[in-house]
Design a protein around this ligand. Sequence first.
Ligand code: BG6
Length: 328
Amino acid sequence: IRNTINSRLNENGEYDFKDLNLSKEYLKSINKIYIVACGTAMHAGLAVKNTLEKLCKIVTQVEVASEFRYRDPLVDSNSLCIFVSQSGETADTLAALNLCKLHGAKTLAITNVIGSSITRAADYSIFTHAGPEIAVASTKAYTCQVTLLTMLAIHLAEILESCDSQLIETLKLNVLSLPNKLQECFNKNLDLVQDFSSKVYEESDVFFLGRGVDYTTALEGSLKLKEISYIHSEAYPAGELKHGPIALIEDGTTVISIMTDKNLTPKSISNTQEVITRGAKTLIITNDDLSNSNFDTVINIPEIHPYVSPILAIVPLQLLSYYISKNK
Ligand code: BG6
């Protein structure tokens, strides 16, 4: 993440995306941003969708590449199309990119691999600099993708002058604080994560809940658990749980709830209480003080703006998948 951030700062510490050649005039002409990707890379897009919309005031749609490429999407020269891919080689993402080019849209690739196919096909490319992903599951690439997309959103908003400059400064400080906070989060929580993993590694189903941006972290946490530990899991927006899936929560079911947005935490607490009533075992990832609660395990992540909290909140979940797999 240090490398990702530094790759986009000039010697004065300002954001530097000059290579993208994005003028205010061009950005004003954009009425939609598409983020198209697969798997974890698609979740990185989801994590930043709200930030892009709030900062730039441009409707942002996140699409699964294998669906997007076959659905004749409404793309034209007023669309900015962003393709996120760790490898830069995923066939559906590449096909979606070529389709957008045919429709006259500007295409921007965010990949981890210089010279990859998606990079070569796109009009512009920026790189996550995460270092090689050795295993198939994308982990450090995800946190770096969310970091870079967030920096891009801040940069676009600066050009567009579309949001409060104080918010931009706050977010820039939050981005700069990420590497140290991530280290803190890792050091503080490793034992708790290992301990919880030893309690749940024999489970057959795990549920993830979250609201707002925490729902996107729930989706990614659930994907990593499936991919690494071979445990069935589902992620739900916390408020949607009562519309059916709560029927699956029984005595001893593991429910992981993410609460990093203080505006939404009381609501998520109340949803989590509903599953406790049904006997669920709970793990909470939060930056609130929930030490006096009746949750089984609470993992505290450092204080951070909700626009960047997925970068911290996902790390205990990635580690949990790893330790569950190791225990199994
Ligand atoms: C899948 C991997 O096959 O491809 C995921 O298991 C990854 O971890 C997805 O997110 C997309 O890959 P890429 O390289 O386009 O980010």
